[in-house]
Design a protein around this ligand. Structure first.
Ligand code: SF4
Length: 482
């Protein structure tokens, strides 16, 4: 068991690191004279899925054009870079990465020119057998330019004996295992694929005659485009001058859509895996209120992650909702810490309590997760210092006990407080008067299904196992996350 003091020492200093991070968002447009501009706007809508780098590759039917950069979309794509992205087709990518791999070389889309023609790829997800595939490819002479698992797919496509590009993509994807939602661009078409288990989302949209692929539907709203449907797990769509052609090239597998997309990642205004994220989050809050009732004066969401669950909790419990914590939206990911230590400095930069609402009240704080526990502890202390008589913490998901290997950046297992501590130990650590999590069954009731979702980070039961030879890589990844 890791002692709490040790867990606290290994935590990163600032509040924004005590969360799970999505690793990517992907977008594609086919058949619009402003394809690159639309992709730029689409990536704006997906910015919450990754802020460390972004890129767009377009095609004018004769060749591909590429622009990538570090940072947020608005910073990278000024007028000049966008004007260079010519053509009616484009794909784009936003990426979150851990500090060590945050380089321009790893920014997507990745582009290659092979015997099968020019091709670029944008990937959301994580392959569990990338290490062994890469090892075999390198032994056979492949030279890798990046540290990304995505590049493995390009090498497999380039080496495939299949001459037809779609057949080569299928051939490559039949060799990889794990999570992938992908968009490809060639000179004359874009291609979207979801892995057979459908870990990560990918939707199809329409804007006049143009077709769109996007990680989340909120990016369509920004363009006044229409949501058409989600791609099915294991579906591949080829979109070109002839419209959309759908294939099911992979043997069917049990579906494992990421439940955490609903808990936290996806925007509440999106429709993901056939459900409104906002509706599901409210239902999580309702279920939580039923399972973990508490006598209190006010419900206070931890902004922004606890907002919709708090709404549901308040409706179910009939305890009024109050915005007792105000978020400062203008905090960057890095800042200078003052020499003279200020208590809970990192949290205070981001959140401020509303004393007039909290003073002498019994408060229920609602958040979607507790990762390391360090942030919750600071928030509880902050609310108490603002005068709250009692502070009860309620969490709209089950305890997070395991890391994710399917495309979400998580701390290693030992840093997840719930992997080594009981609920009461966590309550004592965060200094709350009471602590209650939603059960896994409650989560499944909220998404109205219990079979088609991945819940591995709550159960430690992983639907796609790491092959033996990948264990070393898994250990290396966990070590890297420290
Ligand atoms: Fe989502 Fe958790 Fe499964 Fe990862 S392990 S895909 S975060 S539910």
């Amino acid at each position: 068991m890791v002692r709490l003091a040790e867990a606290a020492v290994s935590q990163k200093t600032f509040i924004e690191d005590d969360r799970f991070h999505e690793e990517c968002g992907i977008f594609g447009v086919c058949g619009h004279s402003e394809a690159a501009n639309l992709t730029y706007l689409g990536l704006h809508g997906l910015q919450h899925r990754g802020q460390e780098s972004a890129g767009i590759v377009s095609s004018n039917g004769e060749r591909l054009f590429e622009e990538k950069g570090m940072g947020q979309v608005a910073r990278i794509f000024k007028k000049g870079p966008l004007e260079k992205l010519k053509g009616d087709l484009a794909i784009g990518h936003v990426r979150y990465s851990t500090a060590g791999t945050s380089t321009l070389g790893n920014a997507q889309p990745f582009r290659i020119d092979s015997r099968k023609g020019e091709l670029a790829i944008a990937h959301n997800g994580n392959l569990v057998n990338a290490f062994s595939l890469r090892d075999a490819l390198e032994r056979a002479g492949s030279i890798f330019r990046t540290g990304s698992d995505t590049e493995v797919i390009l090498h497999l496509i380039a080496r495939s004996p299949q001459q037809d590009l779609e057949a080569a993509i299928v051939d490559a994807l039949k060799q990889v295992r794990g999570a992938y939602s992908l968009v490809f661009i060639t000179r004359d078409r874009i291609i979207g694929v979801r892995d057979p288990r459908g870990f990560r989302p990918l939707s199809l949209g329409r804007l006049g005659p143009a077709h769109i692929l996007t990680s989340e539907s909120c990016a369509l709203d920004l363009l006044d485009a229409t949501f058409v449907r989600d791609l099915d797990p294991g579906e591949m769509v080829v979109i070109g001058a002839g419209g959309v052609t759908s294939y099911r090239p992979f043997p069917p597998e049990p579906v494992s859509q990421c439940i955490f997309e609903h808990v936290y990642f996806s925007r509440p205004d999106s429709r993901v895996f056939g459900r409104s994220v906002h509706e599901v989050r409210k239902r999580l809050g309702r279920e939580l209120a039923r399972e973990q009732p508490v006598e209190a004066d006010i419900i206070v969401p931890v902004p922004d992650s606890g907002m919709y669950a708090a709404l549901g909790f308040s409706e179910e419990s009939r305890i009024p909702l109050e915005f007792g914590l105000v978020r400062n939206h203008y905090v960057g990911r890095t800042f200078i810490e003052p020499r003279q230590a200020i208590r809970h400095f990192g949290v205070k930069l981001k959140l401020n309590p509303v004393r007039a609402l909290l003073d002498n009240r019994r408060v229920v704080l609602i958040d979607d997760s507790i990762v390391r526990g360090t942030t919750s502890r600071k928030i509880v202390s902050m609310v108490r210092a603002a005068g709250a008589r009692e502070v009860h913490m309620r969490v709209s998901s089950a305890p997070t006990v395991g890391p994710c290997y399917y495309g979400v950046d998580t701390p290693r297992r030992a840093e997840l407080i719930a992997s080594t501590h009981s609920v009461d130990e966590i309550r004592r650590y965060i200094r709350a008067d009471s602590l209650g999590y939603l059960s896994l069954e409650g989560m499944e009731r909220a998404v109205e299904e219990n079979r088609s979702f991945c819940t591995s980070c709550y159960t430690n039961r992983y639907p796609v196992a790491f092959p033996e030879e990948e264990q070393a890589q898994k250990v290396a990844v966990e070590r890297h996350r420290t």
